[in-house]
Design a protein around this ligand. Structure first.
Ligand code: SAM
Length: 251
């Protein structure tokens, strides 16, 4: 359906011109600033498509040139899910970590692969079946406001290169807090906007990690010192413990 403007054409033309000039100015400012060049809602568009080409993402995410893929075993070891535990891989993508965690929690454990992308979840379920993890891995289609996990259902929540994709970080953090059992762990690996960070990281990170940590602390989590955390090139590794502090945003 075509909507006709109720404003005269001259006004419409001037407004369009102003809009173009403003857009250009904003884009120029953005290219000078250290902030992200892409924003979460924009980045997530390609993931929510039910017909997304998952093989393309497998090539992109499961690639030796990717920091977290090259160090995936060290990351899984540091997260260290124990046999019988329930772990949520939030923003599971192609399930790179889901399958590694499934090996660790074993037949009495559970890995929830949580993602906003239905095509990813279908792929993860197929892979779980191929690897004999179909009784361990459960896929969960969530939203930008909720993990859709029941209260007190998990021992640990893990996010790899996903926190900066959250469109509503406080709502997601409140939902993770609710899903974790008392004393449960939240592990975040994400792009580190440190001094000397690559252009790739600068284009994606929403803020320096200290700003993320303040958001996470406000949501009822305490940073845990890990001297043995894996050292990553583009990412930080951070671990938090759920505290009894009630987050201000309710899921
Ligand atoms: C860069 S990919 C990382 C995938 C995987 N964790 C890995 O490291 O290979 C980011 C993922 O976050 C998902 N995502 C974005 N916002 C999300 C949200 N609010 N809740 C769950 N998943 C989300 C996307 O669909 C995508 O699969």
């Amino acid at each position: 359906m075509i909507h006709r403007s109720k404003y005269p054409t001259v006004f419409g033309g001037a407004a369009a011109c102003l809009l173009v000039l403003t857009t250009v100015a904003t884009a120029q400012e953005a290219s000078k600033s250290p902030g992200p060049k892409q924003y979460p809602a924009e980045m997530n568009q390609k993931f929510v498509d039910p017909n997304a080409d998952v093989e393309r993402f497998v090539k992109q995410f499961e690639n030796q040139g990717r920091d977290v893929y090259a160090k995936r075993e060290a990351i899984a070891r540091a997260v260290g899910p124990r046999p019988g535990e329930a772990v949520a891989d939030i923003g599971a993508g192609t399930g790179l970590f889901t399958q590694l965690f499934a090996q660790r929690v074993g037949s009495k454990g559970r890995v929830y692969a949580v993602d906003i992308g239905p095509a990813f979840l279908k792929y993860i379920a197929e892979q779980a079946k191929k690897q004999g993890h179909e009784r361990i891995v459960e896929t969960v289609l969530n939203t930008q406001d909720s993990t859709k996990l029941p209260a007190g259902s998990i021992d640990a929540a893990f996010l790899c290169d996903t926190y900066h994709h959250f469109e509503h970080p406080q709502a997601m953090l409140a939902s993770i807090h609710r899903a974790l059992r008392p004393g449960g762990r939240l592990i975040i690996v994400d792009f580190d906007l440190r001094k000397g960070a690559s252009q790739f990281v600068k284009h994606r990170a929403r803020a320096p990690k200290e700003a993320y940590f303040r958001e996470i602390a406000a949501a009822g989590f305490k940073l845990v010192e890990r001297q043995d955390a894996p050292v990553l090139k583009d990412n930080f590794y951070a671990e938090f413990r759920r505290t009894e502090h009630k987050p201000s945003v309710q899921p």
